[in-house]
Design a protein around this ligand. Sequence first.
Ligand code: PHE
Length: 342
Amino acid sequence: MNSLVQQLDIYKQEIISYNVSNADEVEAFRIKYLGTKGIIKHAMGFMKDVPNEQKREAGQLLNEFKLMVEAKYESLKESFSASEQITNTIDFSLPGNIYNVGTRHPLSIIRNKIVSIFQRLGFAIAEGPEIEDDWHNFGAMNLPEDHPARDMQDTFYVNQNPTWLLRTHTSSVQARVMENQKPPIRVICPGRVYRNETISARAHCFFHQVEGLYIDENVSFADLKQTLYFFVQEMFGKDVKVRFRPSYFPFTEPSAEMDISCLICNGDGCNVCKHTGWVEILGSGMVHPKVLENFGIDSNKYTGFAFGMGVERICQLKYRVNDLRLYSQNDIRFLKQFTSVI
Ligand code: PHE
């Protein structure tokens, strides 16, 4: 009993002068005295050795000791958090820091929008390599050997191997899809394409396309028209007028280019529509039977349509950007103006 009293006195002295300077030390105090393996637990263990007639007194002593430890713990906690408040220099009422987050590139915004419209019609996304071979870019697409597009003037060829080239359109992706899949095929092919052009406000050596391909039984020109009409309405609104003009592409027959009424001048005539009131936005047509046969697709059973559009052109109409060079100059004063999907 005496030894218990002595031992508790030593602890009491220690507790009275106990000081802390941070939250970790408050926690260390708690663990030392009040923890599951702490001093109080340990002291309670002495009770069993105390003779019965002294148990009452010992119990009281221990209880007092426990209350003292708990009171000290509370005051340490409080004094510490009070001193923390004084030394805390953060003013939570100040406005926060503004972090600059990037914005999507305008071409990405428009490409995503185009792709999502066709995805809603059930088109899947297909992608392919930017370095292509002659067959996928030209041959399979029914471009004759002497077609001017193959000319060095228009196409970038790879020096080490001139049968390789930078794709001039994403029709090469359609070729790869027809090579690997059986009809029904319904894909949309977004991607960067390259042409050997002198860089100016109106032309660039690379630009972006979204091409589409739909092959199944009984696909008709009416399907082509309705699909593209739906696209235009979703992209430009219900009031936009559409017209198809006969055209020529080696890989489609018949072929048509689609114009929309000029959004800049509402058809009155301006620089963008060259005072015609109409702007061309895409090429299209029924897939040429030869192209289908190139991939072993029976052209008596299957028909299809294809179309291709330039993302920069759609962007120009939507955002009224007149100089193609702006898209690749990486000037953030230009780029950060396009934040919303329109
Ligand atoms: N490949 C054509 C181009 O790059 C676009 C196109 C695709 C036209 C499909 C008709 C059909 O200009």
